[in-house]
Write a protein that binds this ligand. Structure first.
Ligand code: NAP
Length: 535
């Protein structure tokens, strides 16, 4: 334990000298590149040129540690999921790079925590401004690496940048408390202090926003981060690093260590068990979240877990069908069904069932256009990889074998191995896989129900609870159902609920903690009680 205390003491700055090629920054006290050529496009390694017209400065392939672009001993390929075209070879970091990144983040933390909230705020704001200036290039990177339609990618970049803007504002609104205790000669103070270094692990489905939602809050609070992006989508994380550097975020405050899926387990373990790391912030599947929770338990670290969902979408008899169909399209088919808050199960009351299914099928045929995300008019891009397609196909086959009816779609799309047709199933029952396994694809299964109690029971019959949606025009029912759904977020007559101002997170096995909103920064702050006596 003594070693850990020493390691975690910001006074132990001599640690920096062990990081090869770096020296301590005179102002920030963190690691900066040793004197040498300035990083620039000439240092780009392995980029295959699959994204014509993009600013080369944003297309980074090395890791970003201590303010430096560093290659790794190996590289891994990144592909466009729509065409299969190679986009580039990216540094495949391993345990030693992960440890070095933690060390750099820790060194930087010792200074970053002392930077005034106003200055942290202004640096985050500069980062935000640069994201907005580069929004078109950033969106194209998202579409290239994730397949997301370009219009949605633009939406993600704004959503992502808004987290930096929001937390640049929140940075200056961290307040403590003074408490009057029964003792007349004492006052109790509550200070809020940054937690420390945060290990940030993110998924591919929002390659930019899932990073800034965490990092904006962390940096605003005075924490530093080591980001491990998903294997499929490292370019967005690295582009953010380039812009962080241009914004003047000090070296070591934002570090990115891309790695292949082969290395994810050991890199994840290295950063999540390192004694210099105080916080684990993860967005991804519940399965991976549980592994990381074990790491956190062994070294007693703070955690934020944004995990999987199985969102119910309930349509009651009193609902407005057109409104419900518009919400169903938005909540089910955004990012081709690959968001954690996508509706997974449609529960429709008997009286409105046939009208809803008919109108939903017509709206799907009219509004959903499968294609390459770069093509004008595409609303449904490819799934992230063939494994994802296999999962949807398996769920459809399972449902049909147990009596479900295909209303529209139902099979792979002719455009390529990663494409699947937007699919609507009716006559779905609760014994089918698609009702209890997160789909993460363009499949909408409809279950018919009779009573409100039955709908609530079906909706809550799962061990996860992220988002839930329902459509009703009955005010009393709206209150009842909103309160009874076992989820962290509810859309009432609304299919799009995410916003930087509102708390995002789940209950049950959908996670721990909240991101965004005025609550998000608390995940990166410790409360310290100071008893001030002798007054
Ligand atoms: P995932 O397999 O859990 O991967 C997420 C991240 O964890 C990736 O960076 C992945 O690296 C990494 N990872 C995988 N195994 C690891 C391990 N043993 N140790 C450390 N890191 C590890 O999830 P996904 O399939 O990419 O993403 C989809 C899931 O994320 C869905 O369940 C979805 O609901 C959830 N999600 C939740 C939210 C939310 O806010 N609640 C938001 C978006 C997505 P590799 O890429 O190299 O495998």
């Amino acid at each position: 334990m003594a070693t850990c205390f020493w390691l975690r003491s910001c006074g132990a700055r001599r640690l920096g000298s062990t990081f090869p090629g770096c020296r301590l920054h005179p102002r920030a006290g963190g690691l900066v590149p040793a004197p040498g050529p300035a990083p620039g496009p000439a240092q780009l390694r392995g980029y295959a040129g699959g994204l014509p017209g993009l600013s080369a400065a944003l297309l980074r392939t090395d890791s970003f540690v201590g303010g430096r672009w560093l290659p790794a001993a190996a590289t891994f390929p990144v592909q466009d999921p729509a065409s299969g075209a190679a986009l580039g070879m990216v540094a495949d970091c391993g345990v030693s790079e992960a440890r070095a990144a933690v060390r750099a983040a820790y060194e930087a933390f010792c200074s970053w925590r002392e930077v005034s909230a106003k200055e942290r705020s202004s640096l985050l704001r500069k980062w935000y401004n640069l994201m907005i200036q580069n929004k078109d290039d950033l969106a194209r990177i998202i579409t290239a690496e994730s397949g997301k339609p370009l219009k949605e990618a633009h939406g993600e970049i704004l959503y992502s940048a808004f987290f930096l803007e929001w937390f640049s504002e929140e940075a200056r609104r961290v307040y403590g408390d003074i408490i009057y205790t029964p003792a007349k000669d004492k006052r109790a103070l509550v200070l809020k202090q940054p937690v420390g270094v945060a290990a940030v692990i993110t998924p591919w489905n929002f390659p930019s926003a899932m990073i800034t939602r965490k990092v904006g809050a962390a940096l605003a609070a005075g924490c530093t981060v080591v980001v491990k992006p998903a294997e499929d989508t490292p370019f967005s994380a690295l582009a953010l690093a380039e812009l962080a550097s241009q914004a003047g975020i000090p070296p070591g405050v934002y570090n990115v260590i891309p790695c292949s899926r082969k290395n994810a387990k050991e890199v994840g373990e290295a950063i999540c068990t390192d004694p210099l790391v105080s916080k684990i912030s993860f967005t991804g599947s519940t399965t991976t979240g549980k592994i990381l929770l074990h790491h956190a338990a062994n070294s007693v670290k703070r955690v934020s877990m944004e995990l999987g969902g199985l969102a119910p979408f309930i349509v009651f008899d009193s609902a407005n069908v057109d409104q419900a169909v518009a919400g169903a399209l938005a909540s089910k088919f955004r990012n081709t069904g690959q968001t954690c808050v996508c509706s997974n199960r449609f529960l429709v009351q008997r009286g409105i069932h046939d009208a809803f299914v008919k109108a939903f099928a017509e709206a799907m045929k009219k509004n959903l256009h499968v294609g390459n995300g770069f093509e004008e008019g595409t609303t449904q891009g490819p799934l992230i990889n063939e494994k994802a397609v296999e999962k949807v196909e398996k769920q459809v086959n399972d449902a049909v074998s147990k009596g479900a009816t295909i209303v529209t779609g139902g099979k792979r799309h002719h455009l390529g191995k990663n494409f699947f047709e937007p699919t609507l199933l009716s006559n779905v029952t609760q014994d089918m896989l698609c009702t209890h396994e997160e789909t993460f694809g363009p499949l909408a299964p409809v279950i018919k129900f009779d009573t409100e109690e039955e709908a609530i029971a079906i909706a809550n019959a799962t061990d996860v609870g992220l988002a839930g949606y329902f459509y009703s025009q009955d005010p009393a029912q709206i209150w009842r159902v909103a309160e009874q759904l076992e989820v962290g977020m509810v859309g009432v007559n609304e299919g799009l609920i995410s916003s930087v101002e509102c708390p995002f997170g789940g209950v049950k096995q959908s996670g721990l903690g909240r991101e965004g909103s005025k609550y998000g920064i608390d995940e990166y702050l410790e409360l310290k009680y100071v008893c001030y006596g002798g007054l």
